[in-house]
Design a protein around this ligand. Sequence first.
Ligand code: IPD
Length: 319
Amino acid sequence: MPLESHPLFLLGVTKGSSQSAPLRGEVRDRAVAAALRGGSMEDDTWAECQEVAVRIARTAGQMVQEAVNHEKSVSSKSTPTDLVTEADQQVEDLIISTLRERFPSHRFIGEESSAAGEKCVLTDSPTWIIDPIDGTCNFVHSFPMVAVSIGFAVKKELEFGVIYHCFDGTLYTARRGHGAFCNGVRLQVSKEKDVSKALILTEIGAKRDPNTLDIFLGNMKKLLSAPVHGVRIIGSSTLALCHVASGAAEAYYQYGLHCWDIAAAAVIIREAGGCVIDTTGGPLDLMSRRVVAAGSREIADYVVQQLQPINYGRDDHDP
Ligand code: IPD
């Protein structure tokens, strides 16, 4: 499709069109941006980047939603259950090319660029960390849990995150020190500390060998027999993490996810008052392919103690 006729261009996200074309949702985006600024025009170094991220996430999400109704070209990556579609690649290409034109000195880590062989390394430079379609398997099946996720880090510190739910249009945003929001309304994690009253989310990951499945099911069995209220798997790490941020679930854990599944959501959970840590209980390592997130440190620590590790390697190492 020529760029001039692409929805991102028509919606004014691409270079040359941002000054003239009225943006769909622009008024809402300004409200979200104002909320994120916390009313202050100072200390807004990355506010412009975040406003651009909100517009791109929203329009990319609308592209994904439209693509759901068309035939999908599906193939697999690291394992037969690690799916990718042409839409994943097209949406990522557009997001990155648009951002690169606007912010030429910035660096980019994208799920599909990494799958195509680009190095996945976090430096001190301003870096965009992008999952164009999180929940690709859901997207393939038209199961309505699919998101666009855009995180942004500077000096290896996560500065803001934007996650757009492609099916219902929910927009999650957060910037470090400025709070977390869902459609502009402030988010607050669950204050529950008692794990026996917790709803816990997880995801399976792409490996299905017997040893991995034994450990995965063993971890889930330990939590179920705590007993927690329930364990859920929704097929999108980023949306699951957003449910922890909104207080709909008390915790999330996973082995096998990637930096682009965690980056945006980590800011959103922290700014909603929660914690995002390593499965060992130490600080989060964005490239480690594992995470525990929770509303309270007590529940995070309980989950950490139950987990037997699954080794998926690291995002910043060659496979
Ligand atoms: C995946 C999904 C899935 C999770 C994987 C992720 P993708 O992202 O979030 O639920 O189990 O670990 O990588 O491939 O759909 O973008």
